[in-house]
Every structure is written in C-alpha cells, then in structure tokens.
Design a protein around this ligand. Structure first.
Ligand code: UDP
Ligand code: MG
Length: 318
C-alpha cells in the first residue's frame, strides 16, 4: 500500500469515553487540510470499551487502523507500537484525551513543509495544580543538569516527526524507552511553538503522583550515567573530609595525648558514610537492574490483534 502523507498515532488506555469525539475533531481538521492520511490507534490493554470503539471507527474507513496490545504496557510502549505501524511520510503523536489540540496539526504540517524534521508544540501550565507545576519546574531544572540531552519543560510527546526521524527512533534497540530523551537524542532540525494547556475532556489521567515520580527517576537514569559520576564525587569528598579530619585528630593526639570523647563525631561519621554508601549502592543497583532488563531482549510490547488480523473468537465482556 502506498504511504500516506500523514500518520496520526494515538495511544489509548481506557479512553472509550473520548475517542469518538477525538476522532471527529481530528477528521475535521485533516479534512480541511486536504491531504492523504491515516489514523493509527493503539489500544494499550484497556479494560473498558476502547477496543470496540476503535474497531468500530475502523470498520467503514480504511484510513483508520488499529493495534491492540495484549495487556497494558504503558504509554511509551503504546507510542512505539503506533510508530511501528505508521506508514506516513510524517507522523503526529497525539493523546486521545484532546489535551493535545488537533487544531494545531495544520500549523505543525506547515512547519514540517518548511523543512523541520521535528515540530514540537510546547504547552503552558495553565490550569495545572500549583504543586504539580512547582514540582515539574524543579524536575526539569534537575534534568537539565543531569542529562546529556536537552529536555524542554512543557514539551511532551505531542509532536510531528518526519519519516526519517521516526525510522531513526525505531532503529534504536533499547527495550525500556524514555521518549522525551530519545526524541531529543536523535537530533534533526527541530522547531517549537507554545500553546495554551487544556484540561482533559473526560476520563481521568493515568499518571498519579507515584507513577510520575517513577517516570521521573526512569528518565534520569535511563539516559546516562551521570548519577554514577555523582556517587563517585560524593565518595571522593567524603574521603577528603575524612583525611583532613584524620590529620587533625593525629595532631590533637600528639599534642594533648589520647582522649576518649568523640562519640558524636564517630556516630556522625558512621551514619553519614553509611547513608552515602547505601545511596550509591542503590544507584548502582538501579543500573544493574536496567542492564538485566535490557539483556533479556524482550520486546517492548506484545500485539494481540490488528485491523489486518482481528482476534478470532468472541471477546470477553467488560
Ligand atoms: N496512555 C497509554 N497507556 C498508559 C497510560 C496512558 O496509552 O498506560 C495514553 C492515554 O490513553 C492518553 C495518553 O497516553 O492518550 C496520555 O495519558 P494521560 O492523559 O493519562 O496523561 P496526562 O495527560 O495526564 O499526562
Ligand atoms: Mg492527558
């Protein structure tokens, strides 16, 4: 089949409540642009009617394609599945909850036509809770220091990628993926513009604070080994401090003779060093865990069915 000019890739996890509205909005926008497109839905193991809804949308329309994963693999895996099934000359990654306004797609295409391989709409943080905004800001400040690649605040997964950029992303062999880092790492000409943040239309966010925190830690660790470097520095400074202290104690003993007091310093040294050692071990452990995960060479996701190969037999009721 000839490749369409544009693929719209949509990861969906329990989005039955919004998909139809999303679909109508995207079709309207793409209809106005008047190009040859396909919409690729990925059902990331939803437990609601998501699969039936996207199956229904695809029934009368060859431009709608779908993949259903065998369980919930997470948004990263769902996006990867979508990129892999996409055939377009350009690909737009977009959320199903209408928080990423489809109305921006024409502008993204326009910029792409001017030669940009990555077009990234950055959202403002309007309407977000204060705590989340502050925490995100701090996180991005930290990330900028600790990561080799640049990750912009407000630049999420909503973006347009050229076919060359998509193929590069797909050629990376790692199983556990941190897309924000990967998209930045691949490079290519990139342009950003800002848009006003919107609230999710229906359903609820799948990112509780715990999941966000884990995602944040994943992001930091999956991209380089600067935390390990940090651990080395911490060890080095502790050693230096210990050395200075030892010299001082040696002089003290030489001048005043051995004295017993020093319980507090001793305890501080034991607890402090113990803490640093545990943190360092933890960091090393995280990396070892990652290596273990990667060497298993498992795929990032498992496909249950696609529009070309629908699952045989009846589906369990919801
Ligand atoms: N999503 C997914 N798998 C998951 C979690 C989320 O495919 O395990 C999809 C979800 O359906 C939505 C997008 O990723 O289209 C963004 O999710 P959400 O709106 O929950 O995240 P937020 O906007 O709060 O960051
Ligand atoms: Mg959302």
């Amino acid at each position: 089949m000839a490749s369409p000019q544009l693929s719209v890739v949509v990861p969906c996890f329990n989005e039955a409540a919004v998909i139809e509205r999303f679909h109508a909005a995207v079709r309207k926008v793409l209809g106005q642009v008047g190009l040859d497109y396909e919409i690729c839905y990925v059902d990331d193991g939803s437990t609601d009617r998501t699969r039936d809804v996207i199956g229904g949308l695809g029934a009368g329309d060859r431009r709608v394609r779908y993949t259903v994963l065998s369980r919930n693999f997470g948004k990263e895996a769902a996006m990867l599945a979508g990129l892999r099934m996409s055939r377009g000359q350009a690909v737009v990654l977009i959320d199903a909850d209408l928080q990423h306004p489809p109305e921006l797609i024409p502008r993204m295409l326009e910029l792409h036509k001017r030669g940009y391989d990555q077009v990234i709409p950055r959202r403002t943080r309007d309407g977000e809770s204060m705590t989340r905004t502050v925490l995100s800001r701090c996180y991005y400040a930290l990330v900028r220091r600790l990561m080799d690649v640049e990750v912009l605040d407000g630049a999420g997964d909503f973006r347009l990628l050229s076919r060359q950029a998509v193929d590069t992303v797909l050629s990376l062999p790692e199983t556990s993926r941190f897309s924000k880092g990967i998209f930045s790492w691949i490079g290519f000409t990139t342009v950003t513009f800002t848009y006003r943040n919107a609230q999710r239309l229906a359903g609820s966010s799948k990112w509780g604070s715990r999941r966000l925190l884990n995602y944040g830690i994943d992001g930091l660790l999956s991209f380089n080994n600067r935390p390990l470097r940090l651990a080395i520095y911490a060890g080095f400074w502790c050693f230096l401090a210990a050395l200075v202290y030892a010299v001082w104690v040696a002089f003290d003993v030489a001048l005043h003779g051995a004295v017993v007091p020093g319980y507090t310093t001793l305890l501080m040294a034991v607890v402090g060093l113990g803490g640093i050692q545990l943190i360092t071990l933890g960091i090393i452990g995280e990396y070892v865990g990652r290596i273990y995960h990667e060497v298993k060479r498992r795929p990032s996701f498992v496909i249950r069915e696609t529009d070309e190969h629908p699952a045989p037999g009846p589906r369990p009721p919801h």
